[in-house]
Design a protein around this ligand. Sequence first.
Ligand code: PEP
Ligand code: MN
Length: 264
Amino acid sequence: LVSKKWKVEDTVIDLGDGIQLGTGHFGIMAGPCSIESEEQIEKTITHLQQEGVRIMRGGVYKPRSSPYSFRGLGIDGLKMWYKRTREAGIKIITEVMMVEQIEAMADYVDVFQVGARNSQNFNLLDALGEVDKPVLLKRGISGTIDELLQAAEYIFSNGNERVMLCERGIRSYETAYRNTMDVNAIAMLKEKTHLPVIADPSHGIGLRRYVDKIALASIMAGADGVIMEVHEQPEKAFSDGQQTLSFPEAARLYRRMRQAYELR
Ligand code: PEP
Ligand code: MN
């Protein structure tokens, strides 16, 4: 069902308030790795408003490699975040880790994110197929392109056709950077599926100083949007600071990405 053989016309996802994602509608989602505090939310919103970015990312449930790392503010953090973004006219994308979280989160979320570690959590995918919210599905850390498409098929076939795919880098033998951004996959996915394809250059390389280059390369490969980590003080971020851009760095990249998309 997610194949272009089944549906020729590309899927464009409408988030309301004039925000669309998909072919012809480039979108930027930016925000911290983790939602940390009310102050951080306000500073980020001000930055996004200044730059015309209308979707804010952030985790309130964090799948951390170590259980001793910061694991997120949970549902109370989400409610606080929601209150602020509603006033500002900004949409929320955030990760859901378990089926049990969906119901409580649904009222406060504009896009559910499925993380790389849950990319083949088929119970979660089935459950998100019954939800009336768009889903951004990340590729598994060692997932193939075909496995990503099959995972999307779970959500789609269960009734939710508002699915976006996200290339966020895969595990390779290379240790010089965190993940290997598979730009090849972006080009191929755009050919194989009618679903929007989003690039995550932050996790894709994992090192701040290359995020701009990888983001631009992803757009040239065909990405319909970019999700990226930004923070007022990246070095103080509770998680993923090493791959997070400061507001001025991010602002410069938004402009370059929009130009690149126009030129494509
Ligand atoms: C994130 O977006 O912060 C995240 C945890 O991403 P991933 O699932 O791709 O590791
Ligand atoms: Mn992160």
